[in-house]
Design a protein around this ligand. Structure first.
Ligand SMILES: [Zn+2]
Length: 163
């Protein structure tokens, strides 16, 4: 029954993607189908979309209102606060998963060795661009190697200052 497993996986992904579409903006069923096709490059079965929308609505995660387009009436679905909250949690969990998966390629602070998930502080030292977690690590890196550090001696500013 390998086909069934694959279908499960595809519909899990489809549900996740439907949530990202609704997270961006309210949408009616047909525009969800269209956006999915445009971005993922494959058609999604209405048999996945509509029952899922119905379940989301039963759980209070989305609501809908009806607009008429010409002769037709269309239900426009929008996330509720609760639904938005669920998405935030899901996306965060997903982002963490991705960060973990790519971890070996993450930058590491040249001074303290901590992992840099985003950004970091870079400075060109001796003609080499180096990455640190913060400016303080860059300074102590240079200090330890007896390099000129042109930071002002104000690292204690504000601490114990006279009032
Ligand atoms: Zn550091």
């Amino acid at each position: 029954m390998g086909d069934e497993n694959l279908n499960d996986l595809i519909s899990d992904f489809a549900r996740f993607y439907i949530l990202t579409i609704l997270y961006e903006a309210p949408a009616h069923g047909y525009s969800i189908l269209r956006k999915f096709k445009a971005r993922v490059g494959r058609t999604i079965s209405p048999g996945i979309v509509y029952p899922f929308l119905q379940k989301l609505e039963e759980r209070g995660l989305i609501t809908h209102h009806v607009t008429s387009v010409g002769e037709k009436e269309r239900k426009v679905y929008a996330l509720t606060d609760e639904g938005r909250e669920l998405c935030n949690r899901l996306f965060k969990r997903f982002a963490r998963l991705v960060a973990t998966a790519i971890e070996p390629s993450l930058d590491v602070c040249a001074n303290c060795g901590c992992k840099l998930y985003e950004g970091g502080y870079t400075e060109v030292i001796g003609g080499v661009k180096m990455t640190f977690c913060c400016i303080h690590c860059a300074q102590s890196y240079k200090r330890e190697r007896g390099m000129r550090h042109d930071a002002p001696t104000s690292s204690m500013n504000g601490v114990g200052g006279a009032k």
